[in-house]
Design a protein around this ligand. Structure first.
Ligand SMILES: *[C@@H]1O[C@H](CO)[C@@H](O)[C@H](O)[C@H]1NC(C)=O
Ligand SMILES: *[C@@H]1O[C@H](CO)[C@@H](O)[C@H](O)[C@H]1NC(C)=O
Length: 122
């Protein structure tokens, strides 16, 4: 079952401390500047502590995003949210079903729009 293969450890590695954990993955030696990676880092930094909560809600069933973090997520914007999720699903450690995660990501976003705990959208 795909849901059992989505390791919370992966999420923690990715988001436990967003600035610290996303950085090594992004800090691939590159000969040219990487605007896409810079964009992701800015997104992650803007989410701050809420990043962990938001991405737990997406990758782990049964967790919710608080109203405060919903507010933060909405202010950071859907593009950032989407891009970070897509980035996470592209990590070699990701073992889940990408289309399910993208659906879930959409549900979490919409749940925040309605200020409703994302877990109600399962
Ligand atoms: C969450 O639960 C739904 C419904 O049981 C399931 O379809 C989905 O795969 C689960 N998602 C994750 C990431 O575990
Ligand atoms: C991923 O999930 C979607 C929707 O639940 C399903 O249609 C698809 O077959 C799944 N893909 C894999 C590789 O399991």
């Amino acid at each position: 079952m795909a849901r059992l293969n989505i390791s919370p450890v992966m999420v923690i590695l990715l988001l436990g401390s967003v600035a610290i954990t996303i950085l090594p993955g992004l800090a691939v030696p590159a000969s040219s500047p990487a605007p896409a990676q810079q964009h992701l880092l800015e997104c992650a930094n803007k989410l701050g502590d809420c990043g962990k909560q938001v991405y737990f809600a997406v990758f782990v069933n049964g967790t919710t995003v608080t109203k405060d973090c919903c507010t933060r997520l909405l202010s950071v914007g859907k593009q950032c949210h989407h891009d970070l999720i897509v980035y996470a699903t592209q990590r070699p450690t990701f073992k889940g079903n990408v289309s399910e995660i993208l659906d879930k990501s959409e549900q979490v976003w919409n749940g925040c729009i309605h200020s409703t705990p994302a877990s109600l959208f399962h």
